[in-house]
Structures are given as C-alpha cells and as structure tokens.
Ligand binder design. Structure first.
Ligand SMILES: Cc1cc2nc3c(=O)[nH]c(=O)nc-3n(C[C@H](O)[C@H](O)[C@H](O)COP(=O)(O)OP(=O)(O)OC[C@H]3O[C@@H](n4cnc5c(N)ncnc54)[C@H](O)[C@@H]3O)c2cc1C
Length: 435
C-alpha cells in the first residue's frame, strides 16, 4: 500500500518519502499472499473494499501491461461439492451483480468436468468467473516503489517509525530509527502494525489481529493439471481453500485462516499443512502425487471490522490505510488513487509533473518470454535465471540487500532445489555486488 501510494503521489510536484521498517520493499504481508487478481464479485456490496477491489482490478490490469508485471486473467471456477454449496449459488450471483459484476455464470457438472477433467469426484457444478486472474506479487510492489524513486521519492529502508509528534503549526515530526522527518501530510500504511502507528498519531478505532494463511507450492510438473483457479464456496469467515496456477508456472494450494497472537509468527504448522493436503486431495487428487517445492505463510491484517480501515483525518493531514486484509494486492492502485483524491480534498496541493517517469520491470513470469530464451549463462537451472538478470538486478534503482530480495526480483533460489545447486554462487554474487 505504501509503495502504491508513494508511486501515485510521485507523479505530482511534491516532496515525498517512503519509510520502510524492514530491509526491503514488499517484504511484509505483500510477499506472501495467494497472488490472485480479484474481480470483487464476492465482496460485501456497498463496502469500500468492494468498490476499491473492482477499481483496483481495472487499474492493475492496465498498469501491469505498461510496467511489465506478469498478470493473466485465466478465470476461476467456484465449485460446489454438495447440495448446500449448490444452494448458495443464486446468492453469490446476486452479490456479484450488486457489485457490478455481470459476467459470472453457472456451469453444470458436465460442463465443469469438460473444462477441468482432473478435478476430484463429486463436483456438483460451478460458477465461472472469467475475469479472476493471477499476478506477480513480487514485481508489483517493486514496480510501484521503483516508479516512485524514479520520480524523486526518497526511499528509506531499515527505518522504523517509533513516534509521531504533531507540530504546533500543523504537520508532523515523524521520529524514526534513522532520524526525524518533518512533513505536512502523513500516510500510515504499516500493514500489520497500522493500528499501532494509528495510536502513535493519537487515533484509535481498530485493532489488527494477524490471521495466518499457510500455502503449499507444488512442482511445475503439476501445472498441466489445471486450467483455471479453483475457488471454494466462501463461508462467513473465510474464502476457503483454493488451488491456483501461479505466474511462475507452479500450482499453489491454500490458504488456511487462523487467528494468531504474534505479528511476526509466520511459521507453518503440521496441522495446517495436513489440512491443506486433505483439501488438495479432495479437490485435485493428482496434485498430491507431485513434489512440494515450498511452503510459505502470510499474515492478513484482520481487524474487528469487515471493511478496510481507511480514514482521512482532513484537518490534520493524516491518512490511515489499515486493515487491508485479503484483497490488497488487487486493490492497491485503487487505494492509492482514493488516498490521493482524499488528501487533495483535505488541502494537499497537487500539480502534475510535466514529465513523470514510468517503469518497465524485468519479466520474471512464465506468461511471456524470459531472458534465458535469448541466451546467456544460466546460474539457477530450476528457475532458469541468467547471470545477466542477477547482475542487472544488483545495479537496479532499488537493489536487493539480501538473498530473499534477490529471490523476489529474479526467482533465483525459488525452484525445486531451493538453492541447493546455486546457493553458494548466488551468495557470492550478492557479496561481490554490481559488476
Ligand atoms: C495468505 C494471504 C493471501 C492473500 N491473498 C491475496 C490475493 O490473492 N489477492 C489480493 O489481492 N490480496 C491478497 N492478500 C492480501 C494482500 O497480500 C494484502 O492486503 C497486502 O499485501 C497488504 O499490504 P500492506 O502494504 O498493507 O502490508 P505489508 O505488505 O505488510 O506492508 C506494510 C509495511 O509496513 C512496514 N512497517 C510496519 N511498521 C512500520 C513502522 N513502524 N515504520 C515503518 N514501516 C513499518 C512493514 O515492514 C511492511 O513492509 C492475501 C494476504 C494473505 C496474508
């Protein structure tokens, strides 16, 4: 959210800084999600989330094409496995229509199995949602932050906000681990910590309870098993377990949904993974015959409310962008647009730059040609990452500071051997820095 908002604001004549506590951009919740581009068909009508997810789908689809972010609207099948779930279909269709989404349509079991012959037995039918998609969760925040930096926004990593003082004449002194920033306008996009930062500014109204989501990544050989995203009929508390292709050519299974106490508890659990495997076996039996490449965990910034917690305190010039639980990747650009418009209404002068820079990111997805196809020395054979890609990344506007950052920028170490083959060499390349 922070990177998207900085990107949006960097297109105007103003001085802007993006302050990130962690070592890198996009290394919080944004690096560990299901990476779906939602249409918002199932959102609660009338909520801010419903509006912003819908608009976000439109904005991110266009931006991804311009910025080279891997994205494909491969469509989803929301499958009913019993009478009760089948009976929920009319309500879901009605909700989709109320959200302005008319393309949803019902398929009977025969039609569904024709499109997805590997599905487990017992599916009763599906709702086909043609515009649901998959998107690269790593390139997206990096593209936003890179564009912001190219347009003069100062990026400070490893800089944690520790206090906020209101200045007598308006504005804020923002105290951080690397000095104080004075600013007229302040945006809080601190994810899991957005409630804590909100209190530092003197506001209240929501508390974040991390909701853990565990996911399993299956080997690329499993990819042909599926054509669409397979969604579950949502319950009141969760969207349920899904199986989805990724832009990297894997299949993922997940996520679980379990409230946890600690905001840094990104550990997987035996019970969570066993549950996912049971669900996976039921939904797509052959999936379980494939090897697991990785397991990861993301923490949703859930609150006691059912909507995003976005509030603009106009007189103060403070925007709180909290509680962006499970649709933030999709809604990111719409949230940025919303915050920009509201800040302008609150008095922020916005004069567009005569020439704003745009960004074109290196392609790390399998939806269009990758650099190795044109030649070059390969370092990571599992993911086919070339030396040239790694060197270019080390020279980029926001270079990685650790192996995790390099992984998210190139896919190196992300493959089936998890760095067993190239780990030492990649670590040496990181140490040597840009050549
Ligand atoms: C399991 C799971 C599945 C999901 N699936 C999807 C999906 O399929 N599609 C979709 O659209 N969305 C999905 N989401 C939601 C999406 O990932 C989030 O809404 C989004 O990443 C939230 O972004 P954010 O910027 O609010 O949080 P973050 O990415 O966590 O960023 C907040 C940043 O603030 C920094 N920070 C915190 N405190 C401070 C401080 N004091 N000072 C400075 N910096 C600070 C943190 O270091 C962090 O980098 C999913 C989420 C999860 C967990």
């Amino acid at each position: 959210m922070g990177a998207a908002i900085a990107c949006e604001l960097s297109h105007f004549e103003l001085t802007c800084a993006l302050v990130e506590a962690g070592p890198d951009v996009g290394a919080g919740t944004s690096k560990a999600n299901t990476a779906l581009l939602h249409t918002g068909f199932d959102a609660k009508p009338g909520t801010l989330e419903a509006r912003l997810v819908r608009r976000g789908h439109e904005l991110l689809s266009a931006y991804a094409q311009r910025a080279g972010i891997p994205l494909a609207a491969i469509g989803a099948q929301l499958v009913a496995w019993d009478d009760e779930q089948l009976a929920a279909f009319p309500g879901i269709v009605e909700r989709a229509r109320a959200n302005g989404y008319d393309s949803i349509r019902e398929l009977n079991a025969e039609e569904l199995y024709r499109l997805e012959p590997r599905l487990g037995p017992g599916a009763r039918g599906a709702l086909y949602v043609p515009d649901e998609g998959i998107v690269c969760p790593f390139t997206t925040p990096l593209a936003y932050a890179t564009e912001a930096v190219l347009n003069g926004c100062e990026l400070r990593r490893d800089t944690r906000v520790t206090g906020v003082e209101k200045r007598p004449g308006g504005g804020f002194d923002v105290l951080t681990t690397s000095g104080t920033f004075s600013t007229r306008y302040l945006v809080n996009a601190a994810g899991l910590r957005s409630d804590e930062l909100n209190r530092l500014v003197g506001h209240d109204g929501f508390t974040v309870t991390p909701r853990r989501g565990e996911l399993i990544v299956f080997d690329k050989l499993s990819r042909p098993l599926l054509n669409h995203i397979i969604l579950a009929v949502p319950t009141g508390t969760t969207k349920g377990v899904l199986v989805s292709p990724t832009v990297f050519g894997n299949l993922i299974l997940g996520p679980t949904a379990e409230d946890v106490e600690r905001k840094d508890d990104a550990s997987s659990t035996a019970a969570g993974l066993a549950y996912l495997r049971r669900e996976g076996k039921r939904i797509l039996p052959e999936l379980l015959q494939h090897e697991v490449t990785a397991v990861y965990v993301g923490l949703r910034a859930a609150t006691e409310h059912t909507d995003y917690q976005i509030t603009i305190h106009a007189p103060e010039g403070y925007a709180c962008v909290g509680g962006i639980r499970s649709t933030g990747l999709t809604a990111s650009l719409a949230i940025a647009e919303h915050v920009r418009t509201e800040l302008e209404a609150a008095g922020l002068q916005l004069r567009p730059k005569s020439e704003a820079a745009s960004v074109r990111m290196p392609n790390i997805g399998e939806l269009s040609p990758r650099p190795y196809e044109a030649g070059g020395r390969i370092v990571c054979f599992c993911e086919r990452v070339t030396l040239g890609e790694i060197e270019a990344t080390l020279r980029s506007s926001i270079p990685p500071v650790d192996l995790d950052g390099l992984r998210r920028r190139t896919r190196v170490l992300m493959g089936r051997c998890q760095g067993f083959y190239c780990g030492a060499r990649v670590a040496r390349l990181m140490e040597d820095g840009p050549q």
